[in-house]
Design a protein around this ligand. Sequence first.
Ligand code: ZN
Length: 178
Amino acid sequence: MSVLPIHLLGSPVLREASAPVVEVTDAVRQLVDSMYETMDAAEGVGLAANQIGQAIRIAVVDAEGARIAMINPVIAEASGKAGEEEGCLSIPDVYAEVTRPERIVLEATGRDGKPYRLEADGLLARAIQHEIDHLDGILFLDRLSPLKRRLLVRKYRREHKEGESLLREVARPSGRTG
Ligand SMILES: [Zn+2]
């Protein structure tokens, strides 16, 4: 397991549609474990494989007491509508209210290779949808109005100059408990 660098806005892999996982191998499980470790180190509620430079359909989420690995995830059902503020480990310091379905049913394969079904709402449903978007090359900025998106991208570009690395090294947390 290792904490992996996170790709930032502008890195082409964030715009790639990810390929399905054919089989849950040891390599897949190791990647899942490294993604958990990276998400924890970055203090995120979710992380998609694109964000660590691999366009394959794997993501992890840790929200509202649920800690899940999602391999080949799909939203089987969605209902309601809710707007809440979102951020993204690949777009540091940018936050905006995003409207998404409020309740979802997730179907995915777990780290153990077994398919599962999960009903979710609140932050968990939001995090799952945000990560699945990543696997389709979609960022939360794409879910905003064009005007709002332009403003936020401009703000981001002001703070992250051209030529700056598109990789963010995440420090392993030291002495963090819980
Ligand atoms: Zn994100």
